[in-house]
Design a protein around this ligand. Structure first.
Ligand code: F6R
Length: 609
């Protein structure tokens, strides 16, 4: 998704800006640009559709130098990916501006600005911001006041940064709804949408709060809150080593991340051993909150939503705690009835997903007993805004399709089930089973990874297909959903998941000899029911791909291919079966020749609504 990097220094900053953009590349984008104020106080601009390396080539061919600058990677929302729509946007050859987010009232503002004589060159919502800023500056406002008045008029979400040739050593910026961080240097200051972009130049950061406006120069840094009053915000030192994005011998980040799961799962669960009681893994005060919790409301998007769906089975079946799960984009706008003492749980790998963040922020006063986030990114907005935090130890995830983040979220959710279940109806025996299963989980995942070659063989049958159905029952239904999501997002094969019992209520009409049907079929209480559903598929000529352990009693035959999964404890089957489905999608995508790590149209961190 869009990325911002900005610098105000006494040294030439074009390489710092480009390196910052490179570090944000994995999030997904379609165009990139950079504006610098040169020694003669002129704006110098490069922007174009395509990758940051194209921007680098343009910079090599026609170097633009300057000590103050802004840069951007754009993920198109308003207006197609193109050089014209790429940021920075310019007004009056005076101001350049970059923006993350969406301005909802851009059409009205555009009309006003057109009436005032501004000409628009792009189809973006962003261009209204730069012209409005220009209008306020030309009417005599200071850079700071012009930015404050501009953002006051904006409806929607934004992180913006701008430079002005009349104030050649300053960058002014603001945020609401989209993240922005200040990087504090020595005799230089920076801004970025993620601290990761600035770890090359500093380890000292200030996370801006909602409505903040900031002005930086090489020697100064002043933040103003939404009311315009100067404020001091907390400074954070981030000293842990930056993980280097490195393929480590794998062909793709996704494959590397799939193979990192035994380590990531073990590290996530190992937090339990670092604390006297498991409750402490969820942050200070978790025990008191858990003592009063009577129900759980989970809110998330995409793959994280699927993790929530799995957790509902665990929380209700194992812990006896009522649990609701909803996608954040619906939850945030719905009038709700919430029972007393409900814990709000958001799940978000990035911790920046706009809908999940809005769901948390829109929760009514006193509606929930407390909020808990399960995230992979310390210092993310959801982490900073939640009462309780569980940090998964997946390590940085680069592949857009989430793999290790999902399975580590499941570990966190099983730990939550254990923590709440101990206080409810969970037996001592069940508690011990959960802990033992979590300990053994990395081994079962490793055994599943060793099925890679068999899975690769299965994947060949999917290459000529345009559609696929994924079936599961009970707790395996959300795993079927996750399998279908992985397949569609990276191979572009249309895939849907159904609870197998629903087949005869409609989707069975789709089944013919051209429709591969993937069944998540471990031996469990619902297996016999699932087998009947699979017979319905077979008798209509459908081709079955069954992921099952030996106890389930399937065998490969004409139009039925069985992948022999390890037999593992019931409670961790959703995690173990997920890994096999991840490998299936990976191999299908690989053979179809899609961009596995950066599937078209998608972004790693979805910071717009
Ligand atoms: C799919 C995927 C997305 C994310 C979703 C939420 O593989 O990664 O569906 O799960 O965009 O992202 P987070 O977890 O960062 O809130």
């Amino acid at each position: 998704m869009c990325g911002i990097v900005a610098a105000a220094a006494r040294r030439e900053v074009s390489e710092i800006l480009l390196e910052g953009l490179r570090r944000l590349e994995y999030r997904g984008y379609d165009s990139a640009g950079m504006a610098l104020i040169d020694n003669e106080h002129n704006l110098q601009l490069h922007k174009q559709q395509g990758k940051v390396c194209e921007l680098e080539k343009a910079q090599k061919l026609h170097p633009h130098l300057g000590c103050t600058g802004i840069a951007h990677t754009r993920w198109a929302t308003h207006g197609e990916p193109s050089g014209v729509n790429a940021h920075p946007h310019i007004s009056g050859q005076r101001i350049a501006l970059v923006h993350n987010g969406i301005i909802e009232n851009h059409a009205i503002l555009r009309k006003e600005l057109c009436a005032a004589g501004y000409e628009f060159s792009s189809a973006t919502d962003t261009e209204v911001i730069v012209h409005m800023l220009h209008q306020y500056l030309e009417s005599g406002r200071s850079l700071l006041a012009a930015m404050q008045e501009t953002v006051d008029r904006l409806e929607g979400a934004y992180a913006v940064a701008a430079v002005d040739v009349v104030h050649p050593d300053q960058v002014v910026a603001a945020r609401k709804g989209s993240p922005l961080v200040v990087g504090i240097g020595i005799g230089e200051n920076f801004l970025a949408s993620d601290q990761l972009a600035l770890r090359q130049v500093t380890d000292r950061f200030i996370y801006l709060e909602e409505g903040d406006v900031v002005e930086i120069s090489p020697s100064s840094l002043q933040i103003y809150d939404a009311s315009g009053a100067p404020v001091e915000r907390k400074r954070s030192l981030i000293s842990e080593a930056v993980e280097v994005a490195d393929l480590g011998g794998f062909d793709h980040y996704m494959l590397k991340e799939i193979h990192e799961q035994p380590r990531a799962l073990a590290a996530t669960f190992a937090q339990a051993a670092d604390h006297p009681v498991i409750d402490d893994c969820f942050g200070a005060g978790a025990a008191e909150v858990f003592d009063k919790v009577k129900g759980v409301q989970i809110v998330a998007c995409g793959t994280s939503f699927h993790a929530g769906m799995v957790a509902r089975y665990w929380l209700e079946e194992l812990a006896g705690i009522p649990c609701q799960v909803e996608v954040a984009s619906e939850f945030r706008y719905r009038k709700r009835v919430t029972h007393a003492n409900t814990l709000l749980v958001t799940i978000s790998q990035s911790g920046e997903t706009a809908d999940s963040l809005a769901a948390l922020r829109n929760a009514g006063d006193g509606e929930f007993a407390a909020s808990l986030v399960i995230s992979n990114v310390a210092n993310s907005s959801l982490v900073r805004d939640s009462d309780l935090v569980f940090l998964t130890r997946a390590g940085m995830e680069i592949g857009v399709a989430s793999t290790k983040a999902f399975t580590t979220q499941l570990v966190a959710l099983l730990m939550l089930t254990y923590a709440l279940g101990r206080r409810a109806s969970m037996t001592e025996k069940k508690q011990q089973e959960i802990i033992a299963a979590l300990k053994d989980l990395p081994d079962y995942v490793q055994q599943t990874l060793e099925l890679n070659d068999e899975i690769e063989q299965l994947s060949e049958s999917f290459i000529p297909k345009h559609h696929a159905l994924f079936l599961g029952r009970g707790i395996q239904y959300p795993i079927a959903m996750e399998g279908a999501l992985k397949l569609k997002e990276i191979s572009y094969i249309h895939a849907e998941a159904y609870p197998a019992g629903e087949l005869k209520h409609g989707p069975l009409a789709l089944v013919d000899d051209d429709m591969p049907v993937v069944a998540v079929a471990p031996s469990d209480d619902l297996l016999e029911k699932l087998k009947s559903n699979l017979e319905e598929v077979r008798s209509r000529g459908g081709e079955l791909f069954v992921f099952a352990d030996s106890k389930a009693g399937f065998s490969s035959e004409a139009r039925v291919k069985v992948l022999d999964m390890p037999h593992c404890p019931e409670v961790i089957k959703p995690i173990v079966y997920t890994v096999a489905l991840q490998l299936l999608s990976y191999h299908v995508a690989l053979q179809k020749g899609t961009d596995v790590d950066k599937p078209r149209n998608l972004a790693k961190s979805v910071t717009v609504e």
